[in-house]
Design a protein around this ligand. Structure first.
Ligand SMILES: [Zn+2]
Length: 119
């Protein structure tokens, strides 16, 4: 079990230098530990009647992570195979530290990463 901490502002700046997650779902180099193992998971949610996008980013090697919520990109369609292979687990999604273990397991099984299309 890895001990988790948040990416620092400097590390986030490095991660956000590249293409957006929606353009490139490949693992990225972790600015904290140097491994090519930063992964992403996004989720549609809603706040005050407005659709929002929950972002999860974490390193599978050192456990460093970042989670945020922002505006939902217009027309974005998220293809999430987690929903097909484990509908109950998918529905019970909670954005907690534990979810990163689940996401890593899904990634190892090839269920993740997600893919995206534009409507
Ligand atoms: Zn790392």
């Amino acid at each position: 079990m890895v001990r988790r901490r948040n990416f620092s502002q400097e590390e986030l700046a490095i991660l956000f230098r590249g293409p957006s997650v929606l353009e490139d779902q490949n693992e990225r180099e972790c600015p904290a530990c140097g491994q090519m193992s930063v992964r992403f998971y996004v989720r549609k949610s809603a706040r005050a009647g407005q659709p929002t996008l929950m972002n999860h980013m974490w390193c599978a090697s050192c456990g460093t992570f970042f989670a945020s919520t922002g505006g939902y990109p217009r027309g974005l369609v998220i293809h999430d195979r987690w929903r097909e292979v484990d509908p109950d687990g998918w529905r019970d999604f909670k954005s907690t530290l534990k979810v990163f273990d689940t996401l890593d397991r899904l990634w190892r099984r090839g269920v993740l990463p997600q893919s995206f299309t534009q409507e």
